[in-house]
Write a new protein. Structure first.
Length: 311
């Protein structure tokens, strides 16, 4: 676990903030919450603030629902309505929120490293809900949880991540988590979205999607992160991407019968996938979204209350 912050309270900035045994605990706790919702008292008296500088549907809604189910006091703070618009620094906003009694700050921002910077000033627990192209730890946890529920132990399982990996915070956090749990990772995409430097132990870089389809247990599709091209321009046209990397009916037929298809959302029909994928028996997007609530409940409970005895 990293210790970049001088604060004593645990935060979750990326999956390397968690020991593999803690990830296993979070999965067990999420499974417990999924089997039976708890009384709304685990976070009774705990004030949580959700602060999203970027648009969100799945993440902000599932964090809010998770906080409600645990009995927290919740505020959603629109940054445009905060004193940041008057020139206040985010450090001072964090100090103010802590002084008011907020213990948990869930934050999304377009700047990589922003949540870790906030965690240095906030005396409570900071949860990274996505920072630029850097990390999205709770999305990765729910993805891993979804695969685990499907196959059991991830050790040796072949998981393909396809598309715009360079700009995807989801991919970066998933790579960390999959490596920690012993999976074999196959990254697939064009050079402009997937530099060869991503190759590492248990991480294989491939350019040919058709080649790897018959061997994978799960395939995770990614949308093209167009909002990040101002920083890193794309060198591939939409037509080339669709031709080489879109999952269509013909490519679905190349998958094993028990293979599953995933997407962190939002997905773009006609670009990284076609409508036939949504009717595929192994399409697990809805499972991922559903699991997100239980995983985020587990993360909130773990950070605030520590590990609980699971029977």
């Amino acid at each position: 676990m990293r210790s970049a912050s001088l604060r004593t309270r645990r935060s979750l900035i990326d999956l390397d903030d968690l020991h593999p045994s803690e990830i296993e605990y979070l999965f067990k706790r999420a499974l417990q919450f999924e089997a039976k919702l708890p009384k709304r008292d685990a976070l009774a008296g705990v004030a949580c603030v959700n602060m999203f500088f970027e648009q969100s549907t799945r993440t902000v809604a599932s964090f809010t629902l998770a906080e409600q189910r645990l009995g927290a006091d919740i505020m959603t703070l629109d940054p445009s309505d905060s004193s940041l618009g008057k020139g206040e620094r985010i450090d001072d906003t964090a100090i103010t929120l802590w002084a008011m009694g907020f213990s948990v700050l869930v934050i999304r921002h377009a700047e990589p490293g922003f949540p870790r910077h906030v965690s240095m000033a906030f005396d409570g627990h900071v949860i990274n809900a996505g920072d630029g192209a850097h990390a999205h730890p709770t999305q990765a946890l729910l993805d891993l949880y979804t695969i685990r529920k499907e196959f059991g132990d991830l050790h040796g399982r072949k998981i393909a991540i396809v598309g715009d990996i360079l700009h995807s915070r989801v991919a970066h956090s998933n790579i960390l988590g999959l490596k920690n749990l012993g999976a074999q990772i196959i990254l697939v995409g064009p050079e402009s979205f997937l530099p060869s430097s991503f190759s590492a132990e248990n991480v294989r870089v491939e350019r040919d999607l058709d080649k790897i389809l018959p061997e994978v247990d799960a395939i995770m599709l990614l949308r093209i992160q167009r909002e990040r091209f101002a920083v890193t321009p794309t060198l591939i046209s939409d037509e080339e991407f669709i031709r080489d990397y879109r999952l269509d009916a013909a490519r679905l037929a190349r998958l094993r019968e028990d293979a599953i298809v995933m997407h962190p959302g939002p997905y773009n029909r006609g670009v990284e996938l076609v409508d036939e994928v949504l009717a595929y028996a192994g399409w697990r997007y809805a499972n991922q979204v559903r699991h997100g609530v239980f995983i985020r409940m587990a993360v909130l409970d773990f950070l605030v209350n520590g590990q609980q005895k699971i029977t």
